[in-house]
Each structure stands twice: as C-alpha cells, then as structure tokens.
Design a protein around this ligand. Structure first.
Ligand SMILES: C[S@@+](CC[C@H](N)C(=O)[O-])C[C@H]1O[C@@H](n2cnc3c(N)ncnc32)[C@H](O)[C@@H]1O
Ligand code: SF4
Length: 333
C-alpha cells in the first residue's frame, strides 16, 4: 500500500478513535485554581539556553480583559511568565485589575530579577505566593557565560532586598531560585544550593533542557552526590528537580500523579491554551473558542484520560506541582 494511503488510514482511525473521549466527564470551570499567563515574549536579557525563538510577540489585551474573565472568580493563583514580565507595562495593569477585582487571587512570577525593583518587591510582599528568580549560576563568571545583558550584582542586590523586606513585613511570599543545568554550570550545581541558602531562598528548582544536558558524567555524579548531602543537611531550603536529573542520567524512575490537567491552565501569548507550559499539546485557542469550550474540548478530555493512566508522553522535562510536593512530582517522557 502506498505510504500516503497508510498515513491517511492511520489519521482517520485516530480521528474516529478520538470520539470515544466524548464520553469523558466535563470538568467545571470552577476547578481551575491556577493560571499561567505569557503576556509578552519581550525580554531585556538573552540567556544561552532560552527556548524562546521570538522575543517580540505581545498578547492581545482582550484575551485577559475579556476572554479569561469567566475563570478569574475561581482562581487562587496567577503566574506571570514570558518573556520577562517585569518589563511589560500590561503585566502591571493586569496585576492591578486582579488585585482590585479579585483580591483572593495570589500572584506568582518567573523573573530574571534585573528589574525587580521597589515596585515589584512591594507588590509581591503584599500579594505574592512566590517569586522565582532565574539565576542559573553560583558565581559571576558562570552567570556571565550564560546570561547576556544581565547584571550579577544588581540581581543579587534585588533578591537580598526582597528577602529583607519580606522578612521585615512578615510576608508569606516564598522566594525561589532556578538553575537550568547546563555544561556551563554543572560544576556549580551543589555550590548553587549553598549560595541560595545564604541568600535566604526558600526553594530551589533545577530545570533541564533536553538538547543542552551536560556531558561530563563524573562531574554530574559528583555534583548530584554533593547536592543530595546538602539537601539532607539544609532542612530550611526545599530542593526540586534532582529526581528528574537522576532519572535522566541514571534511569532512577519515580512516579506520581500530575494534577495539572484537572485544575490548571496555561495561556500563551498567541492565545494557545494548554494545561501547563511543559505540556507540549494545545487544548484550544482563545482566538477561535471560549475558555469554557476549550476547557472541555475533545482534546482536553483526551489528554486528561491519558494523564489518568499516567501516560505523560506529551510532557517535556521536569515539572513541579508546587502545592503537592509529596505526591505531585512527575516526569516527562
Ligand atoms: C523562559 S523563562 C521566562 C521568565 C523569565 N524571563 C525568567 O527567566 O525567569 C521561564 C523559565 O524557563 C527557564 N528556561 C529557560 N530556558 C530553558 C530551557 N532551555 N530549558 C528549561 N528551562 C528553561 C528559565 O530559566 C526560567 O526559569
Ligand atoms: S531571562 Fe528568561 S526569557 Fe529572557 S532570555 Fe533568559 S530565560 Fe529567556
């Protein structure tokens, strides 16, 4: 049989098979507790490993001021991603809108820290659930080898100021620091834990880029061993992502359930809707459908059914369901 005929038959079969997901239960919109939003892809920095190919796209305002309104009353947390949210005026506008209209919603942000000035410090001390600083290094030299247009001293000062003010004001906001493990910084993996502990960070998250994983096995083994020792000793700091590294490097498997497809959505700059930013597939697009339709679309139901069977084939990389650490860790395939 010619190849393109086989392809058409395969596509038709999978299309018809997809209809079985019609019978999956609808999940009410009120289940959505966390929303990730990518208001802009603009960024003041250029990091070596950044997966973004576009640094200019902006989210149309009507997505978050109109199309997402039905979700806001149920949310507990909105997480600003990007791009770099601190350089986007529309992020300030949306935060103001949420704080005024939905004061129950807490805020989270992923930032490179460069422009994390008094405005952001005060906002997050008051309304924040967490601030995740992308640092990626434990020394200025390594930082400079990864981050273009960054400023090691400035970022460090901003984090220190944030920690001081949050402590002074007795705020519950959590301070996170992230480190994408690369050839350039693998030698500082364990040092990063000590460095963050000194800064007053509450939680460290190690991330990985499939295409840029470090190669030197003896350094990896040594750093992982030292990191595990520190993890036991430093009980005040939470460390996520080492399991995933061990899974990747030494095939130490770990299993759990991911809750995201049932209570979380991610809204990308172009209107694409997904369950989270590590989930490679789209469940719909705000340009063509309402959020209610997208949340219970046939594809959303299909992916939920896969997740229920712990089939994570569409997930990429490590992820951290932060509100359910004990049961929530899962791996991508
Ligand atoms: C793309 S950035 C956007 C937010 C902000 N500009 C920042 O750097 O935190 C979101 C997160 O993705 C991480 N990241 C960047 N490139 C990555 C890659 N290739 N693999 C895994 N994580 C990556 C960053 O370190 C950061 O923690
Ligand atoms: S700061 Fe964030 S968005 Fe900007 S280049 Fe680095 S990882 Fe990418």
């Amino acid at each position: 049989m010619p190849r393109n005929h086989r392809k058409t038959i395969k596509k038709t079969v999978s299309y018809i098979a997809g209809f079985k997901y019609c019978f999956e239960k609808n999940i009410p919109l009120s289940n959505i507790k966390i929303m990730h939003i990518f208001p802009s892809m603009r960024c003041n920095q250029r990091c070596k490993m950044c997966f973004q190919s576009d640094f200019s796209r902006e989210m149309p305002r009507y997505y978050y001021m109109e199309k997402l309104i039905p979700v806001y009353p149920y949310l507990k947390l909105v997480i600003f991603q990007g791009g770099e949210p601190t350089i986007v005026p529309e992020v300030k506008e949306l935060m103001e809108f949420l704080n005024t209209r939905y004061p129950r919603i807490k805020l989270g942000i992923m930032t490179n820290g460069y422009f994390f000035d008094d405005f952001w410090i005060n906002k997050f001390v008051k309304y924040g659930k967490f601030v995740s600083f992308s640092i990626n290094a434990a020394s200025k030299e390594t930082y400079n080898s990864i981050v273009q247009n960054g400023n090691w001293e400035k970022v460090n000062l901003n984090i220190k100021k944030f920690v001081d003010i949050k402590t002074r004001d007795n705020s519950n906001v959590s301070v996170w620091a992230s480190f994408v493990v690369l050839n350039d910084n693998i030698h500082e993996l364990s040092k990063f834990i000590l460095f963050c502990n000194g800064l007053g960070v509450n939680k460290i998250r190690f991330f990985y880029s499939g295409r840029l994983l470090p190669k030197n096995r003896s350094i990896i083994e040594d750093e992982l061993r030292k990191a595990r020792i520190l993890e036991k000793e430093l009980t005040d700091i939470e460390i996520d992502g080492l399991d995933f590294f061990e899974f990747r490097e030494f095939n130490k498997r770990f299993f759990s359930n991911c809750p995201f497809p049932f209570n979380e959505i991610s809204i990308e700059v172009n209107g694409r809707v997904s369950f989270c930013c590590h989930f490679g597939e789209t469940i719909g697009n705000l340009n063509f459908n309402s959020i209610e339709k997208i949340w219970n679309s046939l594809v959303a139901k299909k992916y939920r059914a896969l997740f229920k069977k712990r089939d994570y084939r569409y997930c990429s990389g490590y992820c951290d369901p932060y509100y359910n650490k004990k049961n929530g860790i899962f791996y991508g395939q």
